[in-house]
Write a protein of this length. Structure first.
Length: 190
């Protein structure tokens, strides 16, 4: 089983990364192969809307650091997207990646019974951390991205929301959060 983690936070020791690392450690303990990228350390552009991936190529035309990430998603069984909530949404680093996943869709994706070029039945875990303790705030973030990944053929999608974590290290103090991570890892790996 291959697990790919994309860290969307510019803070590599922040709470979303901490939660992701707990998940990756649990997967590694169960024998999974782990690969990860810190998106903030990569040099890439967002989708250019050029439509080359629909007219001339079956992949994104841009040649930058995100090319290897897009290829790694093709090989992964589980994709982990980790991000803090900034201004009521995921970070721009993660959003730039998600925009580039448009290249996974076939030209007639609106009408095709198989709209995506990825192998089906991948699994998705989205990890979102936020300083706000109220879990009703920003509850709309995950569903809008989950919709796209279900379109891409991801069947088992999960979310871990770490609410009320602001300072680095806050997630490590939350036994309920750590247990949820372990439970979801067990569910997704088996």
């Amino acid at each position: 089983m291959k697990v790919l983690c994309l860290y969307g936070s510019p803070r590599v020791k922040g709470n979303s990364a901490t939660v992701a690392n707990y998940f990756l450690d649990s997967c590694k303990d169960k024998g999974a192969e782990i690969e990860s990228f810190v998106l903030n350390k990569l040099n890439y552009r967002g989708c250019q809307g050029c439509m080359t991936c629909k007219t001339k190529l079956e992949r994104c035309v841009l040649k930058d650091d995100l090319e290897q990430v897009l290829d790694a998603v093709r090989d992964a069984d589980i994709l982990v997207l980790s991000s803090p909530i900034y201004y009521a949404d995921i970070t721009s680093q993660l959003k730039g990646f998600i925009d580039r996943t448009f290249s996974y869709l076939v030209p007639d994706f609106f009408t095709s019974p198989n709209p995506c070029r990825l192998k089906p039945d991948k699994k998705l875990l989205m990890i979102l951390s936020q300083a706000q303790a109220d879990d009703k705030l920003f509850a709309d973030v995950y569903p809008k991205y989950e919709m796209f990944f279900k379109w891409y053929g991801f069947k088992n999608t999960q979310v871990i929301r770490a609410c009320g974590v602001n300072e680095p290290g806050d997630a490590k103090k939350r036994e309920d959060l750590i247990q949820k991570v372990k439970d979801i890892a067990k569910l997704m790996i088996e």
